[in-house]
Design a protein around this ligand. Structure first.
Ligand code: ZN
Length: 66
């Protein structure tokens, strides 16, 4: 096993595990803390602040109380 490969699934910035999610039908893999995401075709992108908020909401309200 090689260390420090690009195929690592840890965030290169904060070393936390990358998370995969379905964002409005788009598969994204990346880091919520750093706001760095990759699409399945390996395009790196940042989410707009409003999208990030929606994402936080999605995660924290994955089970509804009402
Ligand atoms: Zn990170």
């Amino acid at each position: 096993m090689t260390e420090g490969t690009a195929s690592s699934s840890l965030c290169r910035e904060c070393k936390q595990p990358l998370m995969a999610l379905d964002f409005y039908g788009e598969r994204l893999k990346g880091c919520l803390t750093c706001n760095i995401w990759w699409t399945p075709d390996d395009t790196k992108k940042k989410l707009a602040e409003a999208d990030l908020c929606a994402l936080h909401d999605m995660i924290h309200h994955s089970h509804r109380d009402d």
